[in-house]
Design a protein around this ligand. Structure first.
Ligand SMILES: [Zn+2]
Length: 428
């Protein structure tokens, strides 16, 4: 089915946003919408799951079908809107429009970045309340490490599929192979709020060291490692071509679609439910566990180090704090401890700006997902393994305005400190 007729004013707007996007060489999302469906029961959920097969590569789930209590958000291209809306209506699935025109938000995001970039250049400063490109983040890392070399260093742990450097920041006050905390952001490249939050937190660690007693004590006993851009190829692609790209950028001979979902490529329940063997799927798990260099370099680094006690993997969006397992409904042996720690962390987060998170195991809170980071961490002896889904709950989704970066980072930091504190007081 073709698109609905458009009015004259709208047409001019469409042409204008197309020109803006074309100027950047970016994919255009004019008229694309994010629809929210509230499924009443499992049967309605499975009707939504069927859409991936009925409309291959057309329906982009931002919040996938999980359970009836959770909304399903999906991005629909303009050309498919009539068809999909008709499908929903014919099956009695109630929906609302969360984002009326994705391109409008993308244009606003680009303009805000350009504005702050001008300000940064004129004042030779780095704005923590702006989104940045890979080059900008990597050059920030170099300056940051140079200015704080007493406590921060940069480690090159590998190269991405397209041969970009994979970098980790190490915060340490000395010692060798101290008990360590791992934080990664941006494994899904379109989740821009996660990289921005990681950068703010890195800066905050340096500022608070020596002033905040708790953080100072943590750094006297433990090292903190932060991987800010866990999927550099995908991230570069979100800036150059497709803002909504999730996977990495690997390609293999004879396979039409690019990219593996790096959060399905880990060797824990690999290939199971909640992952996909179709390379064109957004949750494609890849040909084998750790086939992707972005995953393999973390596995090698953490395994070789051998003394990681905490792993925190940061995603967006949905406002959730979760622990293993994702690949099955089975409880982990310290489930009670993780549950009460998650509750404390979520409380600490709430106290900063009144933002509410839900928490629990991944499989019970969200859905079954196999081959994920935190399951691998847990199965490899890291018993404090957590995964965040940051702001928001869907008003902007992956296109969270940059004005929310600092508040999001501030509250997330309080939750992370809560987890670190527990690990400091419960050595193992
Ligand atoms: Zn994610």
């Amino acid at each position: 089915m073709l698109g609905v007729p458009r009015g004259g004013g709208r047409q001019i707007l469409l042409v204008f946003s197309f020109m803006l996007a074309a100027a950047w060489g970016q994919m255009n999302f004019t008229g694309d919408q994010v629809l929210r469906v509230l499924a009443k029961d499992e049967e309605q959920l499975s009707l939504l799951r069927d859409l991936e097969g009925l409309k291959p590569q057309k329906v982009d789930f931002w919040r996938g079908p999980a359970r009836p209590s959770l909304p399903v958000d999906m991005r629909i291209p303009f050309s498919e809107l009539n068809d999909i809306k008709a499908y929903l209506e014919s099956h009695g699935l109630a929906y609302s429009v969360m984002i009326k025109d994705i391109q409008v938000l993308l244009n606003e995001e680009r303009e805000a970045m350009a504005r702050l970039r001008r300000l940064e250049r004129s004042t030779s400063s780095f704005s923590y309340s702006s989104y940045h490109t890979l080059e900008e983040i990597y050059s920030w890392i170099d300056n940051f490490v140079a200015e704080n070399s007493n406590i921060v260093s940069k480690i090159h742990i590998g190269n991405s599929f397209e041969n970009r450097s994979i970098l980790v920041l190490k915060f340490s006050t000395g010692g060798s192979r101290r008990p360590a905390i791992w934080i990664d952001t941006g494994i899904h490249s379109r989740e821009w709020i996660t990289h921005a939050t990681g950068i703010w937190i890195a800066k905050e660690i340096v500022i608070e060291f020596g002033k905040n007693g708790l953080l100072t004590n943590i750094l006297k006993a433990m090292d903190i490692f932060i991987e800010l851009v866990t999927n550099p190829d995908g991230f570069a692609f979100t800036h150059s071509m497709n803002r909504l790209w999730r996977k990495n950028k690997s390609s293999r001979p004879g396979i039409f679609c690019n990219g593996v979902d790096l959060n399905r490529n880990w060797k824990s329940g690999f290939g199971g439910n909640g992952s996909n063997s179709n390379p064109c799927s957004e949750t494609y798990h890849g040909p084998s566990p750790q086939s992707e260099p972005e995953v393999a370099s973390i596995v090698n680094f953490i395994t070789k180090h051998g003394n990681f006690k905490v792993l925190i993997s940061i995603h967006s969006y949905s406002q959730m704090l979760m622990y293993p397992y994702g690949h099955s409904m089975e409880s982990v042996s310290n489930e009670k401890e993780l549950h009460s720690l998650a509750q404390d962390a979520v409380k600490a987060l709430y106290q900063v700006h009144g933002i509410q998170y839900i928490f629990g195991s991944i499989s019970a809170t969200l859905y079954v997902a196999s081959g994920i980071t935190v399951d691998w961490a847990y199965d490899n002896g890291i018993k404090y393994a957590f995964s965040f889904e940051l702001r928001d709950t869907g008003r902007y989704g992956f296109l969270l305005p940059a004005t929310q970066i600092v508040p999001t980072a501030q509250e997330t930091w309080m939750a992370i400190l809560t987890i670190m504190k527990h690990a400091l007081h419960h050595p193992y």
